[in-house]
Design a binder for this molecule. Structure first.
Ligand code: SAH
Length: 342
């Protein structure tokens, strides 16, 4: 049995054809699920009885349980429990342009970035399409408002769960489901190069963010072990391909780590690396985490770095801080509440 929330409309159309029914049933089911938000097949009153019975045999209504919600003015942090008792987190940020949710894509993460809390909790498994979708739907329900933006930047490496992430994106983008535009969907990766090429060919044109965090292999390999498999120059090559094929501007994320990657030389090297690319840099003040030795660069260091980028015509922003009061830094809420898991 599959979760009914885990299937794209195209795949559901194929299912209806495979049982000698009509393709348009998929759209009808989508309207019940995502417009009228029913919780059972019995409520789908424009479907015949025997079809409802067949659907019940092949699909179930999945659920995830909200266990903790922490709130401050602009941020809500949610901890959910899955059917196998593992816990995942999602963060809702209230921007002036709309509600944006940051969702998790895996339970734990195997990428092992030295500065990241999530990497301390090894990957247990990938999230299903439906578990990703339910994060969005449950938070929308809790909020009583539409979520207009989705970033796949919570716990996990989305490109290590590529197929599910792509189906998830297709469902939230579907006009008969959540209808979130591709320009409002962002996926963030530590740089799994083959999947950057794959995404360029999906015809999805979502926003791509790359966790670069260093301007060269020497520094990057020290803080991100994935760099040994996919070094900086290969990432840049793949990003160029993505920009050529999609015409989209790519974001480079750059955490400011005191004394590690925040010198003027690093800033200049970064400019040389990405000069001429249709890209911008998001400078992120590091969120200090218990038991991890890295420190945040001070604000004058961050400003100096920013100024060098600006002088060299590299567009950049310094990320506004969200959620450090509610343990919103990557993996923190889950790390604090791990004991509930089996
Ligand atoms: N695996 C994906 C997405 C999840 S991490 C990726 O690497 O992009 C989301 C972002 O948060 C990444 O840029 C990651 O490097 C960054 N991050 C992790 N720990 C952080 C911390 N303590 N402070 C600030 N950013 C952090």
């Amino acid at each position: 049995m599959d979760s009914i929330y885990g299937i794209t409309r195209k795949k559901l159309e194929a299912y209806f054809e495979s049982i000698n029914d009509k393709k348009f049933r998929a759209t009808q089911v989508f309207e019940w699920l995502y417009r009228k938000k029913v919780n059972s097949f019995d409520e789908m009153t424009n479907l015949k009885k025997d079809l409802i019975e067949k659907l019940k045999e092949d699909f179930y209504f999945d659920d995830i349980k909200l266990v903790i919600k922490q709130e401050d003015e602009l941020t809500n942090k949610y901890l959910f429990e899955l059917n196998d008792n593992h816990r995942i987190e999602a963060v809702l940020m209230k921007h002036d342009y709309g509600n944006s949710i940051c969702i998790s894509s895996q339970i734990g993460c195997n990428m092992g970035c030295a500065f990241c809390q999530s990497g301390r909790l090894k990957k247990i498994r990938n999230l299903t399409v439906s578990e990703m979708l339910l994060q969005v739907m449950k938070v929308e329900e809790d909020l009583g408002e539409r979520i207009s933006h989705v970033v796949i930047m919570g716990i996990g490496e989305p490109f290590d769960n590529y197929d599910n992430v792509i189906d998830f994106v297709r469902i939230i983008n579907d006009p008969f489901a959540l209808a979130i535009g591709v320009r409002h969907i962002t996926v963030s990766t530590c740089g799994l190069v083959p999947k950057i090429y794959a995404l360029a060919d999906e015809n999805l044109d979502i926003n791509l963010a790359i966790s670069l965090h260093a301007p060269n292999n020497e520094i990057r390999s020290k803080i991100m072990k994935i760099n040994n498999a996919y070094p900086v120059e290969e990432i840049i090559k793949a990003v160029k391909d993505y920009i050529n094929k999609t015409n989209r501007r790519v974001t480079f994320e750059y955490i400011m780590l005191d004394g590690v990657n925040d010198t003027k030389e690093c800033a200049l090297e970064l400019c040389n690396l990405i000069k001429g690319l249709n890209a911008y840099v998001n400078l992120i003040p590091y969120n200090e985490t218990e038991n991890i030795e890295f420190k945040r660069s001070n604000s004058s260091q961050i400003s100096a770095f920013y100024d060098i980028l600006k002088k060299n015509n590299v567009t950049s922003t310094i990320r506004r801080e969200f959620g450090s009061n509610v343990s919103a830094a990557c993996g923190q809420l889950r790390a604090e509440n791990i004991e509930g898991e089996i």
